[in-house]
Design a binder for this molecule. Structure first.
Ligand code: AHG
Ligand code: MN
Ligand code: MN
Length: 337
């Protein structure tokens, strides 16, 4: 009888660490703690429909958006999972104005974690998939306790990145630069089990585009022509279907599994786009590249965009390589932003 190899994320991380001679286990520790935080958040997400967690916390985050209680909860869980590890010099969260130093009572380390603790928060109250996104860099500043410059590195310098999807099942998907690996939480074991080794965008990709079409009137000419082509208007192109969940993690995960392209363009209302470079676009761009796809802001590879501000926003085109390339073609004629 074949011995089914239940590969937990802990086992997988230790095996991967052995392959990487210079690794001293710091990354393994950080990813293990993120997995633990994911289990805690998953438990609350699955209760959110019942508990007092539902509904807005009332206050607003740095972007002037209403903060849902689950955002605050997830932010605190991730912070507390990582603050005492001795592996981080500092952190940064979508929910905090500035970078987050490690408390003096704890030792510091050589890494920095940036995270979107709860992505898709507008979907919390309607029981639609939401997520967490994380990005890990090596510290570059000289000091012990980290600095803003450690957080403002290009996506190309990430050492690891990934996301957690709280959907019909809870999945953790990450890369450390050696492919993309997906783990599904088995609630009966309380363990993330390797379910999607070596994830790659499918070839040929399914022709699926993902965009909020309600903003059509605010798009550039190039953006409008691209979607018109995908819809087969004027009898040219067509053959695409459209899917839009409104949670970036869920839309990206579907795109990774099926192929296609997710687009959140700049528009007349959001001239820099809505999504955040450091907490959303760059980590998913690393995953996309490691899975054979790519991500662009419409002109420049997301991984090469130099961050100037912690909460910098960016347009995002991410998914199967051929469709991201197509987007850049259509946008080339648009006036430079
Ligand atoms: P967050 O909840 O972290 O603010 O992210 C929400 C983002 C992203 O998840 C999603 O793709 C996008 O907002 C949806 O925006 P629209 O509602 O404008 O389509
Ligand atoms: Mn988000
Ligand atoms: Mn968020």
């Amino acid at each position: 009888m074949s011995q089914s190899h239940v590969h937990t994320i802990s086992r997988f991380l230790i095996d991967q660490e052995r392959l990487n001679r210079e690794s001293r286990g710091a990354l393994t520790d950080i990813l293990q703690e993120i997995a633990l935080a994911a289990k805690v958040i998953s438990r609350e997400v699955n209760k959110a429909g019942l508990a007092e967690i539902l509904g807005a916390a009332g206050d607003e985050n740095v972007h002037g958006e209403e903060v849902q209680k689950l955002d605050v909860f997830a932010d605190r869980v991730i912070y507390r999972a990582l603050d005492h590890t001795g592996r981080l010099a500092c952190m940064a969260s979508e929910e905090h104005e500035g970078f987050i130093p490690i408390p003096d009572k704890f030792p510091t380390g050589d890494y920095v974690v940036l995270f979107d603790p709860l992505d898709g928060s507008s979907n919390i109250d309607v029981n639609v998939s939401i997520g967490t996104i994380f990005s890990i860099h090596r510290k570059i500043s000289g000091g012990e306790r980290g600095a803003l410059e450690d957080c403002l590195q290009t996506g190309r310098r990430q050492v690891a990145a990934g996301y957690v999807l709280y959907g019909s099942s809870t999945m953790m998907v990450y890369t450390t630069g050696s492919g993309v690996h997906g783990f599904t939480l088995d609630p009966s074991l309380g363990e993330f089990i390797l379910s999607h080794p070596d994830m790659r965008f499918p070839t040929p990709p399914m022709k699926v585009y993902s965009i909020n079409e309600a903003y059509f009137s605010r798009w550039s000419e190039g953006q409008r022509r691209m979607v018109a082509y995908m819809k087969g208007e004027e009898g040219v192109g067509g053959g695409f279907s459209s899917r839009y969940i409104g949670s970036l993690v869920a839309d990206f995960h579907r795109t990774l599994l099926r192929g296609g392209v997710f687009m959140y363009p700049r528009d007349t209302k959001s001239p820099e786009g809505k999504l955040r470079l450091l907490y959303e676009a760059a980590p998913l761009a690393f995953v996309a590249e490691q899975a054979g796809g790519r991500a662009s802001d419409g002109r420049t590879d997301i991984m090469d965009v130099v961050p100037c501000d912690l909460h910098q926003r960016t347009p995002l085109y991410i998914g199967s390589r051929e469709f991201v390339d197509m987007a850049e073609e259509y946008l080339r004629e648009d006036p430079a932003p």
